[in-house]
Write a new protein. Structure first.
Lengths: 320, 276
């Protein structure tokens, strides 16, 4: 792992000026390592993480190789049957695509809008402080609350459409009832909730850009676009990474919004995500074998994305 | 900084964008203080005169949905975040200061857990909890919260520990302080920005959690305020007044929490991540 290798001085190298009187045998006691330290510092966390995350993953893998359904015993070993069925199951490809669409759209949209708003609010004064608070508020609200709010606004005879009708639009769009539109409406609601996080992180980065850089660029005759491209944007890179990681973490997990707003519909799974599908088929539909196979595919997918993200983080560490 | 003739443009655009963004929240706030018939009739109007009827109704529900939920939410959130901060600070410190193969593998395995959706593993989690007799209990929910959110704490602390010079600990160790004492008395106070971020983020996330309390607490032992909102929409779909009032009351603690700790919200996170 390159991340740890870039910091050898902190972790392994002896202090630059070792005190002459130090007895050599005390080195081991000072090092953070060894079985004793692990038992004290690492083991409790590893045990709990293993109990809540790793063991359940193992159980999922095991179930995915059976036809388990608690209400239809006996449970038999079916090998890779569940996975083979998934390959030709259009419903599975639908939820997989939906999950990817939501993740990609929300991550890009929240970053882009968040950056635009941050550039707009990058000034001192009470107005900008107040507006920053306004944008951040949805971040601390629960997905359930945000879902109920937007549902009231966007249902067919909700506040938005009654306003549109009042303005003379005869057939306003069915934001949540049109199967072609509902997924993107859902993306917008999640984006709305996450914009504020990006705004705050980008603002922190923007306000950390040294003013003399801009002054020097102005002396050299750089315009606003060149200043953004050559000064602001490169210095925003760490903020972009933080935002992307946080957005990936939260969009992959999205369950609340789907459950409360669309319940997977309209129609057959048009807005269902993998997380939602696993609950529907496994916990509610009792088809544990099938649901576990979907879960395992999702976990592999998560592992691939997590690896890419970790690489990204490390590359940034190396360059900074 | 802005010497152009368009100095008035920025505040104007910013106010307009902010107001449009805030509109959905305004609709809830305004209707919390409005009688039911006005919510349907003129949803966007200001509540004039404001009424506390909706809030009183939620607070005096015969099934005590809000009060039971509040007690559960406070218990679960408080215990979970205290345990999480202590454990993930120690673990993050250990993994950041350790270059061995085992520690490196453990860090990767933990960070991979950052993105696992709880929905995907909740079914086997219920099996594990049931076999330990922890289903439908607050203890069970706390255990799951701690195990599940540890990677986030470790991620933040491990990043932050690397910004602290190791010489400080070495000096303390030379004075003969034990490992635990060095950590709690010398390292942990230096991690304050990271601790603040972890406490605040996890506090908000756990308070707002929906799926885990819904399934682990179940209907028997009562529920949290967040799940309570979901139950309330099922009961009276049309009564926006009391649903909005419940949402308002359930969100009030996190909003106050956020306003009080605003400054620390992102500081620890960005400091740890940008210095690597």
């Amino acid at each position: 792992m390159t991340a740890t290798r870039t910091h050898p001085p902190a972790a392994t190298a002896p202090p630059l000026e070792p005190p002459a009187a130090r007895p050599p045998h005390r080195r081991a006691g000072r090092r953070v390592g060894g079985v004793g330290t692990f038992t004290l510092f690492g083991l409790p966390s590893l045990v709990l993480y293993g109990y809540v995350v790793l063991v359940p993953i193992g159980i999922s893998v095991y179930h995915s190789l059976t036809n388990r359904n608690p209400f239809r015993p006996p449970t038999r070993w079916v090998g890779l049957d569940n996975y083979q069925k998934l390959l030709v199951d259009p419903g599975f490809w639908k939820v997989l695509t939906n999950t990817i669409v939501i993740t990609v759209v929300v991550t890009i949209a929240a970053n882009a809008i968040g950056l635009a708003v941050a550039l707009l609010l990058d000034r001192r004064g009470w107005l900008y402080n107040l507006l920053r608070g306004v944008f951040f508020t949805p971040v601390v609200l629960s997905g359930v609350v945000v879902s109920v709010i937007w549902q009231a606004v966007l249902t067919d005879d909700g506040l938005l459409n009654s306003t549109l009708r009042g303005l003379g639009v005869e057939r306003p769009p069915g934001w949540l009832s049109d199967p072609d539109l509902a997924l993107y409406t859902l993306c917008w609601i999640m984006t709305w909730q996450m914009i504020g996080f990006c705004v705050v992180v980008y603002l922190a980065a923007l306000q950390g850009v040294p003013a003399d850089l801009y002054e020097a660029a102005a002396v050299d005759g750089a315009g606003p676009v060149e200043k953004f491209r050559h000064i602001t944007w490169p210095l925003l890179a760490p903020a972009l990474t933080i935002n992307t990681v946080m957005l990936l973490i939260s969009t992959f997990k999205v369950y609340d919004h789907v459950q409360v707003i669309t319940n997977g519909g309209p129609g057959d799974g048009t807005t269902s995500t993998i997380a939602f599908d696993v609950i529907q088929t496994g916990l509610i539909g009792n088809r544990v074998g099938h649901a576990s196979a979907v879960a395992v595919v999702m976990l592999v997918f998560v592992a691939v994305v997590a690896t890419i993200v970790l690489r990204l983080l490390q590359r940034r560490e190396v360059t900074s | 900084m802005n010497h152009s003739n368009h100095g008035w443009l920025r505040p104007l655009v910013a106010t307009f964008v902010g107001a449009s963004f805030f509109l959905p929240l305004y609709l809830v706030l305004a209707n919390v203080f409005k009688p039911g018939k006005d919510i349907i009739g003129s949803p966007a109007a200001l509540p004039m005169p404001p009424t506390l009827h909706n809030i009183e109704e939620v607070l005096s529900r015969p099934d005590h949905l809000f009060w039971y939920g509040l007690v559960n939410s406070i218990q679960v959130t408080a215990i979970s975040i205290v345990v999480l901060t202590a454990l993930s600070a120690m673990c993050g410190y250990y993994l950041a200061r350790n270059n061995g193969l085992g520690a490196r593998v453990m860090l990767v395995v933990m960070l991979a857990g950052l993105m696992i959706p709880p929905a995907v593993i909740i079914q086997p989690i219920t099996e594990v909890l049931r076999s330990a007799g922890l289903m439908t209990s607050v203890v069970g929910l706390v255990v799951v919260n701690v195990g599940y959110y540890l990677p986030f704490g470790v991620f933040v602390f491990a990043g932050f520990v690397k910004t602290i010079p190791v010489e400080i600990e070495q000096a303390a160790a030379i004075d003969g302080a034990g490992r635990l004492r060095v950590f709690w008395q010398i390292v942990f106070p230096l991690l304050r920005p990271a601790s603040a971020s972890v406490l605040i983020f996890l506090g908000v996330w756990i308070w707002n959690d929906f799926l885990n309390p819904l399934i682990i607490l179940g209907p028997a032992e009562g529920t949290t305020v967040t799940v309570g909102i979901y139950r309330a929409i099922g009961e009276h779909q049309a009564d926006y007044g009391s649903v909005f009032a419940l949402m308002f009351l359930a969100s009030l603690p996190v909003l106050i929490f956020y306003l009080a700790f605003q400054k620390h919200f992102v500081k620890g996170l960005t400091a740890g991540a940008s210095k690597g």
